[in-house]
Design a protein around this ligand. Structure first.
Ligand code: ZN
Length: 108
């Protein structure tokens, strides 16, 4: 099996990975539904799509276009999502080269 060449194993960045609360900067977020997340520290409720776009745009601007496997995207987000919700946002925010490709690229 051949591996794609340019995949970073560790993405260099100077901030902790995972979605973060806009109000109190806590990483302690939980999905409320397929579209909302709540901060468990300050109870601030935010839109998941907005948080995800902001987060992956930040990563892309700090590094390079992101190419990740589905599992790695989920790890990166740091919030437990159902497979339905995860797939929903991957379809919305990422693209892949072919139907059967394992790697997704963030669409800036
Ligand atoms: Zn908060």
């Amino acid at each position: 099996m051949t591996q794609p060449l340019q995949l970073p194993k560790i993405i260099h960045r100077n901030f902790k990975s995972g979605l973060k609360c806009d109000k109190c900067s806590s990483f302690n977020l939980e999905a409320l539904s397929s579209s909302l997340a709540v901060c468990l520290d300050c109870r601030h409720i935010d839109n998941l799509e907005r948080l995800l776009r902001h987060y992956f745009t930040m990563l892309t601007l700090c590094n390079r276009p992101l190419t990740l496997k589905k599992k790695e995207i989920h790890q990166e987000i740091g919030v437990q999502l159902t497979s339905y919700t995860l797939q929903k946002y991957i379809n919305l925010l990422f693209s892949k080269k072919s139907k059967h490709a394992q790697y997704y690229t963030y669409k800036l």
